[in-house]
Design a protein around this ligand. Structure first.
Ligand code: IPM
Ligand code: MG
Length: 367
């Protein structure tokens, strides 16, 4: 097994270092290879997604990704900006299915911006289509308007589009995921206004015919945004397009207490994947040693489960994280009265120690 490790920018290096430490503590037979990506890659090689980085990502069995982006690159031409690296990886590796679980850990209920009774036990899986929609639709660009409200004025435009197979394959991912959970899918669209999302609704409904054991409902995106803060526990699997999924997944993340807790997986048709925390590069706190590494550590667990067929190892990481939270350790983003605030490295060390503790127990019981 070969894992490509792309730390990226901002807090990327700090959080990835902890996840790698945790992976090594499992003592599994895998190789790691690091490469630059994002602003760091632009600074070192003149491009946010250098050929060598893309080749490594393609050759590896899985990719563990930190985060990209920094204010200092915001003025670059769009194709050189750090964000192009993650968009380029998604597109080139055909990572069309983005899984973003929003789970409220019982120990963190009070850290949510919502009342504890609304979020305790929350467990939503957002499935975001990741390689289509207005993010990638052509044509796009700037031009002089020939019609519209201001003919002759400068204007910019993007294209929202989805083809039937693109919607079908993400719908299958959602229905299959639902079979392993509460057998309920909510498809989020804007069918009341957009042609693209009326088509989305029609195609999801067609695919649903193959899953009579799964309940399907449809929700407009504005209502979904509202339901997420009104009664989030009514949602189970949510499937939606690229842009709505971008927005709703940040909203859902916040319900769980901190975006610093949430992992994500981006998968291709054969479950090869890129794994990254749902949060970004947080340049404002980079280098301070205070970032929460748990989202990245939990992303490594998802990687073991989905791409590397190591479900037991994934379980061990997840239980270690739970026991660390139980012991009262918190990074500053999830801290509260009665807990002990620790830095990035100390949090990673605590997870490693918890893994070693279970390893010792297992050895003891088997010998
Ligand atoms: C995300 C991010 C990205 C996106 C950016 C960094 C391009 O917000 O993964 O949600 O919009 O998809
Ligand atoms: Mg986003």
């Amino acid at each position: 097994m070969k894992i490509a490790i792309l730390p990226g920018d901002g807090i990327g290096h700090e959080i990835i270092a902890e996840a790698v430490k945790v992976l090594r503590a499992l003592e599994l037979p895998f190789e790691t290879e690091f490469a630059d990506v994002g602003g760091t890659a632009y600074a070192n090689h003149g491009h946010p997604l250098p050929e060598a980085t893309l080749a490594l990502a393609k050759a590896a069995d899985a990719v563990l990704f930190g985060a990209v982006g920094d204010y200092k690159y915001d003025k670059l031409e769009r194709h050189l900006r750090p964000e192009q690296a993650i968009l380029g990886l998604r597109k080139n590796l055909a990572l069309f299915a983005n899984l973003r679980p929003a789970i409220c850990h019982p120990q963190l209920t009070h850290a949510s911006s919502l009342k504890p009774e609304l979020v305790s036990g929350l467990d939503i899986l957002i499935i975001r289509e990741l390689t289509g929609d207005i993010y990638f639709g052509q044509p796009r660009g700037r031009r002089t308007a020939v019609d519209g409200h201001f003919p002759g004025a400068d204007e910019a435009f993007d294209t929202m589009r989805y083809s039937r197979p693109e919607i079908e394959r993400i719908a299958h991912v959602a229905f299959q995921a639902a079979r392993k959970r509460g057998r309920k899918v909510t498809s989020v669209d804007k069918a009341n206004v957009l042609e693209t999302f009326q088509f989305w609704r029609d195609v999801v409904t067609d695919v649903h015919a193959q899953y009579p054991d799964v309940e399907l409902d449809h929700m407009y995106v504005d209502n979904a945004a509202m339901q997420l803060v009104k009664a989030p526990k009514k949602l189970d699997v949510v499937v939606t397009g690229n842009m709505f999924g971008d927005i709703l997944s940040d909203e859902a993340a916040m319900l769980t207490g901190s975006i610093g807790m949430l992992p994500s997986a981006s998968l291709d048709a054969s479950n090869k994947g890129l794994y990254e925390p749902s949060h970004g590069s947080a340049p404002d706190i980079a280098g301070k040693g205070i970032a929460n590494p748990l989202a990245t550590i939990l992303s490594a667990a998802m990687m073991l489960r989905y791409s590397l067929q190591q479900a037991d190892a994934a379980d061990r990481i997840e239980s270690a994280v739970t026991s660390v939270l139980e012991s009262g350790l918190r990074t500053v983003d999830i801290a509260s009265a009665g807990t002990r605030t620790v830095g990035t490295r100390e949090m990673g060390d605590a997870v490693v120690a918890a893994i070693r503790a279970t390893t010792t127990t297992i050895t003891k019981t088997t010998s």
